[in-house]
Ligand binder design. Structure first.
Ligand code: C3H
Length: 494
């Protein structure tokens, strides 16, 4: 997008009206709040819906398979952001992408709300994966469009926006998780997305001005024709392959999970190779790409542990934790609210610490290393009750609370730093795709989790948490040792 276009967009937005920020931030805040409310509300009960027996209202899927499906689901949601970003950049602009994405998501939740079968579950999964891929990266980039390049409120704007994500992620597991019937829970998620769409449609004209309406790099009519032909052919080939391979038993759940894991690793690798070898990438930028690789690997390790909060730890909450505590009956889904609650409480503290430390604050690689140490500790701490009480008796919910708290310290060293590091380290010719690259770390992490979670059973619990937690700590230490070297490769970026 040209500089003139950028300024024109900024000028079309009322520059105050939401906590001293552009008014458009309120539209994006509430749209994302409701989208995350629906997504995380759904995810808080989905794992239980999959593995609970049919008599208890579930689908009766094998637990280990259910945990893998949760992971590939999460991975695909982040991978599809590449398609969503592309559609916005080249065909209809981010505003329309957000709207269409929201519609797909709402129908995805409606599909789950209808008591049905495993088939309905997969229809919903496709709708939500595509819808979120269209909505999420485009709402995030719209936040960036609200501010001029020199506007100092930009970082604070992103922090407010991060709060909307976590406010949605905090409230919905409490509400959706308290409903005894899964389908009513999913219906609440659908209503949430409906409110998000309503906010977006009713306020965008007044608050967002031209934001999201400019197509950054539109396809020419010939390119459009070619793209639609390729896309149509790809859909037909995929449909035929599924129609042939599924009945013959050649495309099973397990194989599909393996394919997604493979893609989760392949796609970011291709991104790196293409960026590194591109003639548009300068020597300094090549050095920064080298620096970004260990940071990306660290991010994959971190998100692999953090995301197990909604799979392995959710199952741990359901089957290994005392759910009657201090006279209250705790719903297992409520534990999903802990991470966002701690983020809301501690994000301002971390922001304050970094400002206070100023130039003495840890470097980007050091912060990434810290986040791995915290992530590792969050798994090791769960070994304590098993070590002293064995894996047969139920443990106090406090252990999970402590684990979720520790991982949040890591998240606050990684998540806000990661996005800004990505934008700073990316070669100029690829700057538009940096948001997708960062989300791909999450996609790769969950693609790997789809394989890793298969090793979790109550019997293997201690080895499972010990090995993964230990691996994260070892990687964190290696990163700490390499930090000065990585910093050198970053060529002046801090
Ligand atoms: O969703 C995002 O864009 C980024 N994720 C976050 O901000 C997380 N802190 C959300 S917490 C979690 C993924 C969902 C909570 O309902 C739970 C992790 C255990």
């Amino acid at each position: 997008m040209s500089k003139i276009n950028r300024q024109k967009i900024v000028d079309s937005v009322p520059q105050t009206g939401f906590f001293g920020h552009p008014k458009g931030l309120s539209t994006l805040f509430f749209t994302e709040f409701w989208e995350r409310f629906s997504y995380y509300g759904m995810r808080a009960i989905l794992v239980f819906y999959m593995y609970y027996e049919v008599t208890k209202g579930g689908l009766g899927i094998d637990k280990s398979l259910a945990l893998s499906i949760m992971s590939i689901y999460g991975s695909l949601v982040y991978m599809s952001g590449i398609i969503g970003g592309w559609l916005a950049d080249r065909i209809f602009g981010s505003s329309k992408a957000v709207f269409y994405g929201g519609i797909l998501i709402m129908f995805g939740h409606i599909a789950l709300a209808i008591p049905g079968s495993v088939a309905m579950f997969f229809v919903s999964m496709v709708l939500i994966v595509l819808g979120t891929g269209m909505l999420k990266p485009n709402v995030s980039s719209a936040v960036g469009e609200l501010y001029s390049e020199k506007d100092e409120r930009r970082d604070a704007g992103f922090t407010i926006y991060y709060m909307s994500i976590n406010l949605g992620g905090f409230l919905s597991p409490l509400i959706v998780g308290s409903i005894a019937n899964f389908h009513i829970g999913f219906a609440i998620a659908a209503v949430g997305m409906f409110f998000g769409l309503l906010v977006f449609v009713l306020t965008k004209k007044k608050n967002l001005g031209l934001v999201g309406t400019v197509i950054a790099n539109p396809l020419s009519p010939t390119e459009k024709k070619k793209t639609f032909t390729i896309f149509g052919l790809a859909v037909i080939i995929l449909a035929v392959l599924c129609a042939v391979l599924i009945p013959k038993g050649l495309l099973t759940f397990a194989r599909f999970i393996n394919i997604v894991t493979f893609l989760g690793i392949l796609i970011p690798t291709i991104y790196f190779v293409v960026m590194y070898r591109s003639p548009k990438t300068t020597a300094v930028e090549r050095s920064r790409i080298i620096a970004y690789i260990p940071l990306f690997i660290a991010a994959v390790m971190f998100w692999a542990i953090q995301e197990q909060g909604s799979t392995i730890l959710a199952s741990y909450a359901d089957t290994r934790t005392q759910l009657h505590f201090a006279g209250i009956e705790i719903k297992p889904a409520w534990f999903q609210s802990l991470n966002p609650l701690f983020i809301i409480i501690f994000a301002p503290l971390f922001a304050w610490i970094w400002v206070k430390l100023g130039k003495r604050q840890p470097t980007i690689p050091q912060k990434f290393s810290l986040s791995l140490l915290f992530a590792g500790l969050s798994f090791l701490v769960i070994l304590i009750p098993s070590y002293f009480g064995g894996t047969d008796s139920l443990v106090s919910p406090m252990w999970l609370v402590i684990s979720y708290l520790i991982v949040v310290f890591g998240e606050l060293c990684m998540s806000p730093v990661g996005l800004s590091a990505t934008t700073k380290l990316a070669p100029a010719a690829f700057s538009a795709q940096t948001m997708s690259l960062w989300f791909l770390a999450s996609a790769a992490a969950q693609a790997l989790n789809a394989q890793v979670v298969k090793f979790y059973t109550p019997e293997t619990e201690m080895t499972y948490f010990g090995v993964i937690g230990g691996a994260s700590i070892v990687l964190g230490i290696i990163l700490l040792v390499l930090a000065p070297k990585i910093q050198g490769y970053m060529k002046g970026i801090r």
